[in-house]
Design a binder for this molecule. Sequence first.
Ligand code: DC
Length: 228
Amino acid sequence: MSKNLRIAIDGPGGAGKSTVAKEVARKLGIDYIDTGAMYRAIAYKFISCGLKPGIEDDGFTESLNKILVSTDVDYSRGITRLDGIDVSDKIRTAEISSAASSFSAIPSVRKKLVSLQQKMAQEKSLVMDGRDIGSNVIKDAELKIFLTASPEERARRRYEELCQKGEKVEYEVVLCEMKTRDQNDMSRELNPLVKADDAWEIDSSELTASEVVKLICDRANQLFCVEK
Ligand code: DC
């Protein structure tokens, strides 16, 4: 008998979720959805429309909700689309990282994206990564992973990534931003970053991405016969 295999991978920023999730999906021949990219895309739209994260002045909620109802966000085959336009390259800046963390705490934003993500996860095998996938978006996922690493290791990885892209950054600043984002993501009222009770926690501080991919694929292959 074969059935759908939905793998939820949650964890803090910089733990390696996207790299691992993408490779697990490729190896198992199933779809991959990056929900963080969806929050980044919507944050990009809000900023482009003049909304400032964290500054909820007069008319903020009204403007935000107006933008929200007329905005289309999609993630498919590695491409993040905002109102039909590929914004994949525009949403990976430090400004958007911080804005996405801030806007993602707003209930109407979460409601819209969670509902889209739940539709995407219906009746098919996939790997979905984010902060609340196992605890909220796909509560009955067949395999749940909570991927962590120490803040210092996560900051080191992010720092190297940014340096490789030619961005001038300081490690201490990256570490401080990472800790602030962790705090935001874990302390928001609605769907905070938490390990689901039935999630398997993997600390990747001392593991390569390939080693983590192997652990997850082995577990998936043990548990399921994947139906694509
Ligand atoms: O995974 P990421 O760094 O691309 O995510 C950007 C932000 O989006 C993150 O700081 C919190 C938010 N996010 C969320 O609230 N829920 C998710 N499922 C995914 C991301």
